[in-house]
Design a protein around this ligand. Structure first.
Ligand code: PMP
Length: 363
């Protein structure tokens, strides 16, 4: 039995990168108007809730889930119109798929390349699995700096590239032409992360067959199923058949499988909500644009990024008034003075705007 304390043992035994890591912080949102995590603010119609409750009541929860989730996969194929030669791989949220990809491609010395600022989990997961990470800065307007990225690809020869399309936290949709050039120039696998596809005007899903090094990743989190934890990769069976070996056998539980399937039978309900969120986004964009102190960025996602003087004190002011958004100030230098707000219901956006106006008056 070692005599050292648990904390000294942990600091001796754990990898240095893990000891230096700051955990992904999720604040307690109890009681707040919750506009920090890009959730769909709309609830399901009552009849659909009842239908789900009935199905859940008769589920065999004493049994492991179908490890292949065959029925759910079939439904997803239908809904997204996946060609027969393509396959899908399910994840417990798309975060899990990012991890699976990093584990699979992390040969000794391999590099994961992302752009910055973008989704922080690409870098964090590279650290989790001990993979080298290279971040290439975006242009000042948050567009892809193609010449710089192409130079980085040539120099670094990344095994894995992640591009969020639309990007988080900036909200913009990169040029499809630039993304295509990155895919063509990449010696490794390129994953186009379409977490916000439901709110965007373009997708790389129809282009999967053109590129042998392309996979498209999606999540149902932003479409109204954040609580289920369900994401998927779409691409050729040659890739997904290999990656499938790394998927833990029961990574998607009985309840998420069942509920997601039911919801996808009513995909039209979710799509109508997404359309409503796009209208809500346009209204919120206009209202934010009317405040002289605010610089709001165009978005094809279900959130808006805006820049404001004294961002952290504005963020605190909103919180004191019961509205929780995301403070990006103090993180990436290009996000100095930036805050990110999820598009809520018109009522929630009204509460946010009122709290923002009040906070600005007290600046
Ligand atoms: N990709 C992007 C670009 C995201 O913004 C997020 C969530 N914030 C995810 C992936 C992960 O989503 P989930 O794990 O809920 O599927």
């Amino acid at each position: 039995m070692p005599s050292a304390s648990a904390s000294s043992l942990a600091s001796i035994l754990l990898r240095r990168e893990i000891l230096e890591l700051h955990a992904y912080h999720v604040p307690d949102s109890t009681g707040y108007v919750k506009l920090d995590a890009m959730e769909n603010p709309y609830r399901l119609p009552r009849v659909l809730c009842d239908e789900i409750a009935e199905a859940v009541a008769s589920v065999a929860i004493n049994r492991y889930p179908d490890p292949a989730a065959a029925s759910l996969k079939e439904k997803i194929r239908d809904v997204i119109g996946l060609p027969p030669e393509m396959d899908i791989l399910l994840g417990n949220g798309s975060d899990e798929l990012i991890q699976l990809l990093a584990m699979a491609l992390n040969k000794p010395g391999a590099t994961l390349l992302g752009v910055e600022p973008s989704f922080v989990m690409y870098r964090m997961i590279a650290t989790f699995v001990g993979m080298r990470y290279v971040g290439v800065p975006l242009g000042v307007d948050f567009s892809l700096d193609l010449p710089r990225i192409l130079v980085a690809i040539k120099r670094e020869q990344p095994a894995l590239v992640f591009l969020a399309y639309p990007n988080n936290p900036t909200g913009n949709l990169f040029s499809a032409e630039a993304v295509a050039q990155i895919i063509e120039a990449s010696p490794g696998l390129v994953v186009v992360d379409e977490a916000y596809y439901a709110f965007a005007s373009d997708s790389f899903l129809p282009r999967l067959a053109h590129y042998p090094n392309l996979l498209v990743m999606r999540t149902f989190s932003k479409l109204g199923m954040a609580g289920l934890r369900l994401g998927f990769l779409a691409g050729s069976t040659a890739w997904l058949g290999q990656l499938e070996k790394l998927r833990l056998p029961y990574n998607v539980g009985v309840l998420p499988q069942l509920v997601a399937e039911k919801l996808l039978e009513h995909h039209d309900v979710l799509l109508r909500q997404a359309e409503q969120i796009k209208l809500d986004r346009a209204n919120l964009y206009r209202q934010l644009g009317e405040i002289a102190a605010v610089q709001v960025y165009p978005s094809e996602a279900n959130f808006l990024l805006f820049r404001i003087a004294n961002a952290t004190s504005v963020f605190d002011g909103l919180k004191q008034r019961g509205v929780l958004i995301k403070n990006l100030n103090g993180g990436h230098p290009m996000l100095q003075g930036c805050l990110r707000v999820t598009v809520g219901t018109p009522e929630e956006s009204g509460q946010f705007m009122a709290a923002l106006q009040e906070s600005l008056c007290h600046e």
